[in-house]
Design a protein. Structure first.
Length: 118
């Protein structure tokens, strides 16, 4: 089992920055990748960014060049640095981890609200 706790969500104005953090605990040695998803009201949850144990990253086209995902393996923490925020970035942001040796499965955090005002 893996537990994920997010922090850093806030209300900001367009153009400002935020950094989200997600701390993992439990069977962290079985984590193969971590990432961030977001869900806006009335929309499906979508991938924002992901990072593997090896450091490979993947971003949604809508955030490329503005968001950066990073990972501190010693602290079992993943970060999402969000710059040049736009109102359309408003959503609940969820931390995700793929973990498990024999049967990898996704784990989710409780979500943190990011609101960007225009």
């Amino acid at each position: 089992q893996v537990q994920l706790v997010e922090s850093g969500g806030d209300l900001v104005q367009a153009g400002e920055s935020l950094r989200l953090s997600c701390a993992a605990s439990g069977s962290t040695s079985s984590i193969s990748s971590m990432g961030w998803y977001r869900q806006a009201p009335g929309k499906q949850r979508e991938l924002v960014a992901a990072i593997t144990n090896g450091g490979s990253t993947n971003y949604a086209d809508s955030v490329k060049g503005r968001f950066t995902i990073s990972r501190d393996n010693a602290k079992n923490t993943v970060y999402l640095q969000m710059n040049s925020l736009k109102p359309e970035d408003t959503a609940v942001y969820y931390c995700n981890a793929i973990a498990g040796f024999a049967f990898p499965r996704p784990y989710w955090g409780q979500g943190t609200q990011v609101t960007v005002s225009s």
